[in-house]
Design a protein around this ligand. Structure first.
Ligand SMILES: Cc1ncc(COP(=O)(O)O)c(C=O)c1O
Length: 414
């Protein structure tokens, strides 16, 4: 980065400080990951200079013969990775991708059945201030109070009563498998569209670790930057019959020109995910999550639904230790352990200071950590929470976290 250092030392220094933070801390935000140097290089390439409104072979700008090849490569690799009939790799991020799906399938005011936001759904699944909640009529479904898993009989009961035009399955904070087949069967009973948002678990699906909705669902969206370990962005997969509606909704419906450097980086990440080593990586993410969940339970923390089938878990820190999610997040941040406060199902507390925290293992697994290291990570989390009021103890912990973390290299950071 010698040019940047010379020309804009302020931004250069900021990047250096963030490198240090990423290297010396423990990243347990479930939606984050570290991309490979190859993905970084494609993202930082001169492909950013091009404008290419439209689709390969049908652009509104000249000079796209090279860009078309990059976008087609991303599409072909994504199709192979997920077995999708149609793929649009242009969505700039997860929320605009979801907006395009709503636009392609629905009219404003239409009913959508989606996972309740305070139990694990995403903002774009119906938050009152988000386009989804503002433009559509959202009917929520919930987890069972006892098992804390989605109650599919209840989903069916609500669907038959409300007859939504679309059923949305997907989550930001849920640790159990989704019954894609059953969602599809329910939708077929009422003639509803099926839309899966696999933003969090796309990598685990690509790695063959958990079931895919792609064979069953009409439309599937995902971000590319979480477990899939690509650049920040998204894509939409669909059955062939929805291809035209999806493409029109993305452009010109929601977006202008695609980000060609990002689409090339998506192609690189999909290429990486097609390799056998990605299977091993994604299997390890889940093994690590299960180990971390066990290690936290051993230390007296209640894990929502009793465990995890994927890369994340919700920890009821308030119910377990009388420490709120906000307090836990703050204490752990001082120790350079990144997690986020999170509502738990039927949370008696408020969203800004909820009962839970969400922790995930994709980023630590990318650094090469295995099951045995999760014991240490759980110990650090427990120490941070127990010592939340002691600045001195948290600073001591920060030093131990650093000594441990720097043994595991971060791709792309020396
Ligand atoms: C399930 C789900 N969908 C969509 C998104 C939105 O993605 P973005 O932040 O890229 O807009 C997220 C982000 O966390 C998510 O978890």
């Amino acid at each position: 980065m010698k040019n940047l250092k010379q020309q804009d030392p302020k931004i250069y220094e900021i990047i250096k400080r963030e490198e240090k933070r990423q290297k010396e801390g423990l990243e347990l935000i479930a939606s984050e990951n570290y991309v490979t140097p190859a993905v970084l290089e494609a993202m930082g390439s001169i492909l950013t200079n091009k404008y290419s409104e439209g689709y390969p072979g049908k652009r509104y700008y000249g000079g796209n013969e090279v860009i078309d090849q990059a976008e087609n490569l991303a599409i072909d690799r994504a199709k192979k990775l997920f077995g999708a009939e149609h793929v649009n790799v242009q969505p700039l991020s997860g929320s605009p991708a979801n907006l395009a799906v709503y636009m392609a399938l629905l009219k404003p005011g239409d009913k959508v059945l989606g996972f309740s936001l305070d139990q694990g759904g995403h903002l774009s699944h119906g938050h009152p201030l988000n386009f989804s909640g503002l433009l559509y009529t959202i009917i929520p479904y919930f987890v069972d109070k006892k098992t804390e898993e989605i109650d599919m009989d209840e989903v069916e009961r609500i669907a038959l009563k409300e007859k939504p035009k679309m059923i949305l399955a997907g989550f930001s904070a849920y640790s159990r498998s989704m019954d894609w087949k059953r969602f599809k069967q329910i939708a077929d009973k009422i003639g509803a569209f099926t839309f899966a948002d696999i933003a969090h678990i796309a990598g685990l699906i690509a790695g063959g670790q958990i079931d895919s909705p792609v064979p069953y669902f009409d439309v599937v969206s995902t971000t590319t930057h979480k477990t899939l370990r690509g650049p920040r962005g998204a894509m939409i997969m669909s059955k062939a019959q929805f291809a035209q509606a999806i493409n029109r909704a993305v452009f010109p419906g929601v977006q202008g020109g695609p980000h060609d450097h990002i689409n090339a980086a998506k192609a690189v990440a999909f290429g990486e995910a097609l390799k056998p080593s990605f299977k091993t990586y994604t299997a390890q993410i889940i093994k690590n999550a299960k180990s971390l969940s066990d290690a936290l339970q051993k230390r007296g923390y209640r894990i929502v639904s009793g465990g995890t089938d994927n890369h994340l878990m919700l920890v009821d820190v308030f119910g377990s230790k009388g420490v709120t999610g906000k307090e836990a997040e703050h204490a752990l941040e001082i120790a350079q352990i990144s997690i986020n406060k999170n509502m738990i199902p039927f949370d008696p507390r408020k969203p800004m200071d909820p009962s839970g925290i969400r922790v995930g293992t994709p980023a630590l697994t990318t650094r090469g950590m295995k099951e045995k290291h999760m014991e240490t990570v759980a110990e650090f989390i427990d120490r941070g929470i127990k010592n939340k009021d002691s600045e001195t103890e948290l600073k001591n912990l920060r030093k131990d976290v650093k000594d441990f973390a720097i043994k595991f290299p971060v791709p792309g950071i020396k």
